[in-house]
Design a binder for this molecule. Sequence first.
Ligand SMILES: NC(=O)c1ccc[n+]([C@@H]2O[C@H](COP(=O)([O-])OP(=O)(O)OC[C@H]3O[C@@H](n4cnc5c(N)ncnc54)[C@H](O)[C@@H]3O)[C@@H](O)[C@H]2O)c1
Length: 417
Amino acid sequence: MADRRLGVGFIGTGFIGQFHIRSFVGVRDADIMGIFDTDRKTAERAAMMVHKLGVGEPVIHDSITDLVADPAVDAVWINTPNFTRLEVMQEIVDAVTSGKGELVGVCCEKPLGRNVSEARRMLELAGEAGLLDGYLEDQLFSPSVQRGKTIIWDRGAALTGRPFLARSAEEHSGPHMPWFWEGELQGGGVLNDMMCHSVEVARFLLTPPDAPRDILTPMKVTAHTSCLKWQEERYVEHLRKMSDGKLDYANRPAEDYARGVIEYRDDEGRELIVEVTTSWCYVGAGLRLSMELLGPEYSMAINSLDAGPKVFFSRNVTGPVGEDLVEKQNAETGLMPIVSDEESEYGYTGENRHMVQSFLAGRRPSENFSDGLNVTELLMTAYMSAEQGTTITFPPPDLDTFIPAVARGEWNPKEQS
Ligand SMILES: NC(=O)c1ccc[n+]([C@@H]2O[C@H](COP(=O)([O-])OP(=O)(O)OC[C@H]3O[C@@H](n4cnc5c(N)ncnc54)[C@H](O)[C@@H]3O)[C@@H](O)[C@H]2O)c1
């Protein structure tokens, strides 16, 4: 494949699919050549965006099988909701193994599965079809994380010793679609939805450049979850209305706050700590990603809201609400930050460039389904810890079959207190 471009097919072109499309402006050697979305209008809008940006000439297909069978499509990106993971992957694999189509690889958005059993099955299915696999964890590829890690390890760690503490947080004011809020459909609440990023980026920062993942061994996980905001009556009502009555946060909430501590050992037996926090109740300018890396004689700090220019609009500037300044924007007046190139700054451009280059070279991406499975194992252990109110030694014995109470619709902190 090294002498040609990669034809990419998108399965799902909602919020994140469109982020990926915009990021392809910064990806060479690939074109978006096919789209399948169960919502035809969404697919059409996405195809128009692809044309307008000049990042491909996609055919809109009627099924995943048709997309895989399209000779212009060499690899597919799974950008559909969490509850569709296995059915989508199964259809891709069936199309390949039955000879209807040929693919070199598949990428899948986070989380790889709603629980360990699903994530493990995703990994197995990729193996059964002989597909290279990319796990789409954008934050690892953010220029701030990549550059910060390189400089910390090249200078601080090389001269004074490795970093021992990584902190990572992702916060915003709540997801855009009802299915994210439903524990069963999404797999959990904010812990599953956003701590997947924080856990992986913190692990990545503590791992020496180019070292394999297993150089760090998770030893213990301690976590706490709560529903701090969205069980209040007016917010219960807000969620009920935005979901046509389906969401019932009075009786069946998901956690909107989660924190965790993961204790690791490195290959020389040193203790390393990861601290992660996530919430759906942060009402600041918009999405805030923060990371810190601390070592014996140095530290690094990243805050995505500090990244770019700031604007100020007086109260006389009254316009429509939007997301033109920053993802999950909460205001249009006052002092506001602009994240000038979100696709690049959050890591999507670097991530997709890496996936495309890996597939063209016939190489497994550095971030792959095995990593996605490891992340899910850590998240499920965190749920266990929060449910039991205790620190859990990793890996706990029943990890493969564990389904968090929130994903069974059986978690309600109001009833427990
Ligand atoms: N990396 C990140 O920071 C990030 C951010 C947001 C979402 N995500 C992940 O991306 C995935 C999608 O999230 P989203 O925000 O785009 O959701 P969304 O609801 O906005 O979009 C999902 C799209 O998939 C389509 N779809 C649903 N079922 C399908 C199927 N079986 N086949 C084909 N298309 C189907 C829907 O019509 C919709 O257009 C989720 O797994 C989510 O966790 C990742």
